[in-house]
Structure formats: C-alpha cells, structure tokens
Write a protein that binds this ligand. Structure first.
Ligand code: ZN
Length: 107
C-alpha cells in the first residue's frame, strides 16, 4: 500500500485577475462583470453604458435590486457620483433597463 491518498484537499486554483469596482450605493467591491456602468455623457446625458467603454464620468451599480432601487429613488446618489443633475427621465430610463435585477420577493 502506498502512503498517498487520492483525496487531496482542493488547493488554490490560479485565477485570472478580475477587475473590481465599487458599487456607488453599497460600496462593495464587486467583479466588474457583475456591475452595470452608468455614465454621464457630454451629448446624451446620464445613461446606462452596456459596453463600459463610453467616455465620461462613470458610476457602477452592483446586481442587487436594492441598490438599483436606491439609485432610482434618490437622485442625489448619482448626482454626487457623476457630478451631474440627473433628470427624472434619465432615472426612469435606468429604472426600465432590462439589466435591472428583479426585486427580491419578500417572504
Ligand atoms: Zn450595491
């Protein structure tokens, strides 16, 4: 019998570095892939940036429904993060975006 068992504990698996960004609402550091970027553009105002590549000052929103809720209800969060005056229409567009997570069902 050999002394080597086959059930080794899982070792650290090297991972590719995933860029992290901070959610503008909850301040958690989250993988960039799980964040939605909101950008203040020079020509089209404040909008969601699905590519993450538009020029302009950006703010990141994580995939928690509560964070989306807060940012939509409290324009001041985006106003502060983007140094902008976010309009009702812009907030409505963010609220209606398909990327918005469905609110968690409260039991
Ligand atoms: Zn968040």
């Amino acid at each position: 019998m050999t002394g080597k068992g086959s059930g080794r504990p899982a070792r650290h698996v090297p991972q590719r570095h995933v860029p992290q960004r901070t959610c503008v609402v909850c301040r958690r550091q989250v993988d960039k892939r799980r964040l939605t970027r909101i950008v203040r553009t020079a020509d089209s105002g404040v909008l969601i940036d699905p590519t993450g590549k538009r020029n302009g000052r950006g703010a990141y929103l994580c995939d928690q429904a509560s964070c989306w809720d807060k940012v939509i209800r409290h324009a001041g969060i985006l106003n502060g993060a983007l140094n902008a005056q976010v309009t009702e229409a812009e907030l409505a567009a963010i609220a209606a975006d398909p990327r918005r997570p469905a609110p968690a069902e409260a039991g």
